[in-house]
Design a protein around this ligand. Structure first.
Ligand code: HSE
Length: 327
């Protein structure tokens, strides 16, 4: 247990929460997310209506996590090696080891896609468990626990997938220590995604980044971040479009993604406001103001990848404004 809870729990609180959870189960849809939103490396993200994982959890009387994977991805069932398992083990410690969890995970978000697959598992598990426990933990506590899953996946704690997955919409992570998360209102946005079927490990995509940057580049980047947040809040599509520029991360990471420059060029030609690498890639996302444009952008993506020997999936979706949903 690494972080203090926002509220300290008494033995009575814990016992009451566990007693009320016996015999119940909870199923959630945990959405995919687009982190970074081009210029906001590690601090901006949005939740998607498609794809999302399905997770069902129930309480067990031993302080352990039992994982059943209902998909073809062969992810570890050892909870210490599983991104949903580690946050739940942390929650069990916070419950004074008075109970454990059995969880079924049906992943629809492919691991290593750049669409927040690990965050969906980590966040979906703790949100579902907390629901069973009558919301014993605060939202920030859940983010803290879920970030342990992100650290297992990428070596570093970051909340730019976790926060939008839990809260929905567009989120700004002003700080993770202490945690300071702000929901950013946005105008309607259509999100078109192409997921080339290659895997980019977040850990690798972080290791290749420069550790130092030039002040002139930093100035450009924070101008874009501020412009993007202002554009979203004002519903100013032109400002959003101008601000979707990344001078720090994209020039380095885009070399890992085949046809990246061509996809971007063709999508903007098809009417997209802009876009870039989704999280650490390899998925590429584009934002459009309307559905017709979003489908034209999808066509542009398909044409580019059809000329490569790489298979791919595409999605046309919208911003999920509610985050993890109970079903
Ligand atoms: N902000 C993180 C990164 C997201 O770009 O490495 C990874 O999903």
């Amino acid at each position: 247990m690494e972080n203090e809870l926002s509220v300290s729990l008494s033995a009575t609180n814990i016992k009451e929460a566990i007693d009320s959870a016996w015999g119940k189960q909870c199923t959630v849809h945990a959405p995919g997310t687009v982190a970074n939103l081009v210029c906001g490396f590690d601090i901006l993200g949005l939740a998607l209506n498609d794809p999302s994982d399905i997770m069902t959890i129930k309480l067990i009387d031993k302080p352990e996590v039992i994982i059943h994977n209902i998909d073809e991805f062969n992810l570890p069932t050892d909870p210490k090696k599983n991104v949903a398992g580690v946050p739940l083990l942390d929650m069990i410690e916070r419950l004074d080891n008075q109970a454990g969890f059995e969880i079924r995970i049906e992943k629809k978000i492919k691991p290593g896609s750049g669409l927040g697959s690990s965050a969906a598992s980590a966040a979906g598990g703790v949100v579902a468990a907390n629901h069973l426990l009558g919301n014993l933990f605060s939202r920030n506590d859940l983010v803290q626990m879920a970030m342990l899953g992100e650290r297992l996946a990428s070596g570093v704690k970051h909340a730019d997938n976790i926060a939008p997955c839990i809260m929905g919409g567009v989120t700004l992570i002003r700080s993770i220590l202490p945690l300071d998360i702000i929901s950013i209102p946005s105008p309607p946005l259509y999100v078109t995604i192409v997921h080339p079927q290659i895997e980019v490990r977040t850990e690798d995509a972080r290791q290749i980044l420069r550790k130092q940057i030039l002040l002139k580049d930093a100035i450009k980047q924070w101008g874009n971040i501020a412009g993007l947040v202002a554009g979203l809040m004002k519903g100013d599509y032109e400002l959003i479009s101008r601000s979707l520029e990344d001078v720090l991360i994209e020039p380095v990471r885009s070399i890992l993604i085949p046809a990246f420059a061509e996809v971007k060029y063709r999508c903007i030609e098809a009417g997209a406001m802009g876009g870039g690498i989704s999280g650490s890639g390899p998925s590429i996302f584009m934002l459009s103001r309307d559905e017709t444009t979003a489908y034209k952008v999808e066509d542009a993506m398909k044409k580019v990848y059809a000329d490569t020997n790489i298979s791919f999936y595409t999605y046309v979706t919208t911003v999920n404004t509610s985050g993890v949903k109970f079903v």
